[in-house]
Write a protein that binds this ligand. Structure first.
Ligand SMILES: Cc1ncc(COP(=O)(O)O)c(C=O)c1O
Length: 355
């Protein structure tokens, strides 16, 4: 007989990652960059590979210094993690463990839910309102942490900066975690960010290198917050969780602003094409400010139809929104695959009879 896990882990469902398509251009399930990463990143990683017999910089100081300049904060207000997912787990350990209370949207980003259950805390889920966070209702919930994902995953919807500020001011949560994984794909990322709100210690902001920088495979993200919060999280983190190659890649990616702009411009342009294709095929697209589009329709039929054309997307039922699929903005070639799948006359959605 093997050892049994802690009782609260028994009902926990593991995270279901997106599937790769047979061709890279058909992979639209995980909101990765369809344009790869910057050549400067590849060069920096190759150079850094000569030093991998050494432990990495424990706090990723070169990355923190670069980020401090970028965001106009001090380096000790930044914590770099093994993907922003690691930072979400650290927040759960520090502020939710053993009976704490979190509030999130329903549907939520899955790791916010899983990390809460892992530390045996309670979770209140507040249904979205017209696909976006219902901040008024969330603000009423007494909690240790409130998670606001802006733009939201899996819907791509946003709440504007004034709404986020208002939420941080009146929320009954002790700490508001604003996850900005997709902020680079909003109309105005500078105006949109909640980083100015971290000053009074009631909010922290999460960012990732996995999206606009194209570093999903290297696992690196960061948190901007109050010094005391960073100091607490430092106590419980694994000392060398961010590898040397990831650190070198992140610094190079931050310096290659032209590449980042290129990815952003591509994403915004192709997102519109995706919406047009989806709507022309008779489905509803949720208005998105992220690098994906949530499509309302017959989930199984859509998954099947897209798979036949070599396109892999995320089924809504894996994301807490059955009856939808989430399509990541693809490459130009990926868009052609998507267009072929959606134009496939054999699979037009059945018209709904209206009385
Ligand atoms: C809202 C949100 N937060 C965090 C992450 C994870 O980022 P990372 O790859 O840095 O762990 C994702 C990834 O899809 C995400 O959608």
């Amino acid at each position: 007989m093997t050892i049994t896990s802690r009782p609260w882990l028994e009902q926990l469902q593991p995270y279901r990652p997106g599937r790769h398509a047979p061709l890279a251009d058909g992979s639209m399930a995980s909101n990765e960059s369809p344009l790869g990463t910057s050549p400067a990143v590849v060069e920096a990683v190759t150079r850094a590979a000569h030093g991998v017999h050494r432990y990495p910089d424990p706090l990723a100081d070169p990355v923190r210094d670069e980020l401090a300049r970028l965001h106009g904060v001090d380096a000790d207000q930044i914590l770099v993690g093994n993907g922003s997912d690691e930072l979400i787990y650290l927040l759960a350990m520090a502020y939710l463990a053993q009976g704490g209370h979190a509030v999130c949207a329903d549907p939520a980003y899955r790791i916010d839910e899983i990390s809460t259950y892992v530390v045996n805390a309670n979770l209140t889920r507040v249904p979205l309102k017209e696909w976006a966070h219902d901040l008024d209702t969330m603000a009423e919930v007494p909690a240790d942490i409130a998670y606001v994902v802006n733009p939201h995953n899996p819907t791509g919807t946003v709440r504007d900066p004034a709404e986020i500020r208002g939420f941080v001011e009146r929320s009954r949560a002790r700490l508001v975690v604003v996850d900005e994984a997709y902020i680079d794909f909003t109309d105005d990322p500078e105006a949109m960010t909640a980083i100015p709100l971290v000053r009074d210690g009631r909010a922290v902001v999460l960012r990732t290198f996995s999206k606009v920088h194209g570093l999903a495979g290297l696992r690196i993200g960061y948190l901007v917050g109050d010094r005391d919060i960073i100091a607490t999280l430092r106590k419980i983190r694994a000392p060398f969780s961010v590898g040397m190659l990831s650190q070198a890649a992140a610094v190079a990616a931050l310096r290659d602003t032209a590449y980042r702009e290129q990815v952003r411009a591509h994403t915004l342009r192709l997102r519109e094409h995706v919406v047009r294709l989806v709507e022309a095929a008779g489905y509803q697209a949720v208005p998105s400010q992220a690098n994906f589009v949530l499509v309302v329709g017959d989930e199984a039929e859509l998954m099947d139809r897209l798979a036949r054309h070599g396109v892999s997307v995320r089924p809504g039922s894996a994301l807490g929104v059955p009856g939808t699929v989430r399509i990541s903005v693809p490459s130009e070639r990926g868009l052609e695959l998507l267009a072929a799948a959606l134009a496939d006359a054999d699979h037009r959605p059945t018209p709904v009879d209206t009385p």
